[in-house]
Design a protein around this ligand. Sequence first.
Ligand SMILES: Nc1ncnc2c1ncn2[C@@H]1O[C@H](COP(=O)(O)OP(=O)(O)OP(=O)(O)O)[C@@H](O)[C@H]1O
Ligand SMILES: [Mg+2]
Length: 155
Amino acid sequence: MRYEFETSHIEPLIKRAVAEIAPLVEAKQIHFESAVEDPMPALRLDPERILQVLRNLMGNAVKFTPKGGQVSIAAKRRDGILEVSVKNSGPGIPAESLGTIFEKFSQGSHAGAIHRQGTGLGLAIAKNIITSHGGNIWAESQLGSGSRFVFVLPC
Ligand SMILES: Nc1ncnc2c1ncn2[C@@H]1O[C@H](COP(=O)(O)OP(=O)(O)OP(=O)(O)O)[C@@H](O)[C@H]1O
Ligand SMILES: [Mg+2]
């Protein structure tokens, strides 16, 4: 994958990813919340690539949230790190799948994975992109109580 890094801000990318998914959020009557700290620091990033990560995380969150559920996105800074998290209510992900979902073509076998729209590449690509930014990405979940995907970037 080729990267074009620039010194830029993440807020407009979050705004765009949120705006793009809004029709689906509305159609599924999902309660959506955004908590982006203001101001956020500028950082070295490839905007198209980070947008791709945000689209997949938001897309997944909405896809795996049942009708009437909750999705939220938060972004904040803590020393030297910018943290973005996307959280959703719903079936959650079993502990044994939390690592493997970041592998290519992995779509899990848990209850939440009944929605098999997609290729199972989104998170593998996201991991590649975030790692190339010197960051880290992971998932946290408890079966039955939704999931939270987090990525951190140096800033
Ligand atoms: N928010 C989530 N809640 C529950 N399971 C999830 C969530 N996000 C990802 N997963 C699980 O991880 C798998 C891999 O996600 P990934 O984004 O890589 O692929 P996909 O969404 O199935 O397809 P693609 O992103 O290529 O369209 C999903 O199929 C699903 O089983
Ligand atoms: Mg996906």
